[in-house]
Design a protein around this ligand. Structure first.
Ligand code: KG4
Ligand code: ZN
Length: 360
């Protein structure tokens, strides 16, 4: 009898010549249990997201043990629902995919083990996916015309990267945060304002009614030209809030939120624009086709506006995932998995969670 790994490689090679390749993908790296069925890396046949926010809100952040348990309880249901909404049974899909990292180890392990069991049982190839690559790939689902090479700003709760997507699955790191991630900074600032977890979307909504010029926050300094730093901004923000509290003044929360959001977005787009200027010749020649946003923070309204203005100024096309595809979901994992599968990159039964996995 042929072993699972050999079968998987053989099947992946056959799938490279198939017209419609459907992948069932599962994402469990943090606090969303999410599954989707994706066709040819571009078409969403179903996309089910079960958020655990209610379970973690009480603690003001994600509690890893609670997340693992909740994933374990939800995995089967979410996977069944994704298949049902796609009008398919497990036998009908061509391959399976799962996030292998980065993320919370227990949460990742739950998903990896669930999909390993299903893939082995059904005799289907399995692809282990990098979560950050998943975020980048959310753009392929939203924009069928987008193809590498392009530049991408990946901003999430754990990552702030400027990368060049040289080809599918091939990245060049141009800059990254030296301390906090942009989403992390948003969440901490929200906490100081007494807003519930996750704070990013709350700060964003509150900012719409505030004056971004009301408070001046420092411009971060970094050694690397395209690196980011948000911890100084965060500390300055905390000091501003504490200063107001100590003087017994009421907190103008909308103005504070808007000033913080403005400062974070300015930092994100200023470095990105510097990069676009450096790459102007490659953009003009058509070699670099686009600039894309990715990750949970790319749902931010101000960042989307500022990125729009920046790309107009620099004469480059802007791509962004639709807002629901910015935050964690299974669809983006299914998209990333397709391009890996087409290259024959399938996992063995020794696939493991890699909590500190890097994009490059
Ligand atoms: O990509 P994601 O869902 O998970 C990670 O891979 O980290 O990103 C979650 C992060 C959280 O920090 C959340 O507060 C932030 O993205 N976020 C936002 C917005 N929506 C989500 N931050 C600012 N504005 C938003 N609208
Ligand atoms: Zn994410």
């Amino acid at each position: 009898m042929m072993n699972y790994e050999a079968m998987s490689r053989e099947r992946a090679a056959e799938l490279a010549g198939k017209d419609k390749v459907r992948i069932l993908a599962l994402e469990t790296s943090c606090d969303e249990t999410a599954a989707a069925v994706i066709e040819n890396g571009r078409v969403i046949l179903s996309n089910v997201v079960f958020s655990q926010i209610d379970l973690h809100e009480l603690y003001g952040g994600v509690v890893p043990e609670i997340a693992s348990r909740a994933h374990m309880e939800a995995c089967d249901r979410v996977v069944d629902q994704a298949l049902k909404e796609a009008g398919m049974a497990l036998e009908d899909v061509d391959a399976l995919a799962v996030t292998k990292g980065p993320g919370l180890v227990g949460a990742l392990l739950t998903g990896v083990n669930c999909m390993k069991g299903l893939a082995f049982g059904a005799g289907k190839p399995l692809v282990g996916v990098n979560h950050i690559e998943g975020h980048v790939s959310a753009n392929y689902l939203t924009h069928p015309d987008l193809e590498p090479p392009f530049l991408c700003l990946v901003v999430s709760g754990g990552h702030s990267h400027l990368v060049e997507v040289e080809d599918y699955g091939v990245y060049r790191l141009l800059g990254q945060t030296v301390d906090d991630a942009a989403g992390e900074a948003f969440d901490k600032a929200a906490r100081v304002l007494g807003l519930p977890y996750p704070g990013g979307p709350r700060i964003d909504a509150l900012s719409e009614e505030g004056n971004p010029e009301a408070f001046t926050l420092p411009r971060p300094k970094t050694a690397g030209e395209f690196d980011y730093s948000f911890s100084g901004l965060k500390t300055a923000f905390i000091n501003t809030v504490h200063g107001l509290e100590q003087r017994g003044e009421p907190l103008p929360k909308a103005d504070l939120a808007a000033s913080f959001r403005g400062a974070v977005c300015r930092e994100l787009t200023e470095k990105a624009e510097k990069l676009l200027k450096r790459e102007a010749a490659r953009i003009q020649s058509g070699e670099l086709k686009a600039f894309a946003l990715a990750g949970g923070v790319s749902a931010n309204r101000e960042l989307r506006r500022q990125a729009g203005e920046m790309c107009r100024r620099q004469g480059v096309k802007l791509y962004m995932p639709t807002v629901p595809l910015c935050t964690d979901n299974g669809a983006m994992i299914g998209s990333a998995a397709y391009y890996r599968l087409m290259r024959g990159e399938v996992a063995g039964l020794n696939l493991n969670a890699e909590p500190a996995l890097r994009l490059v």
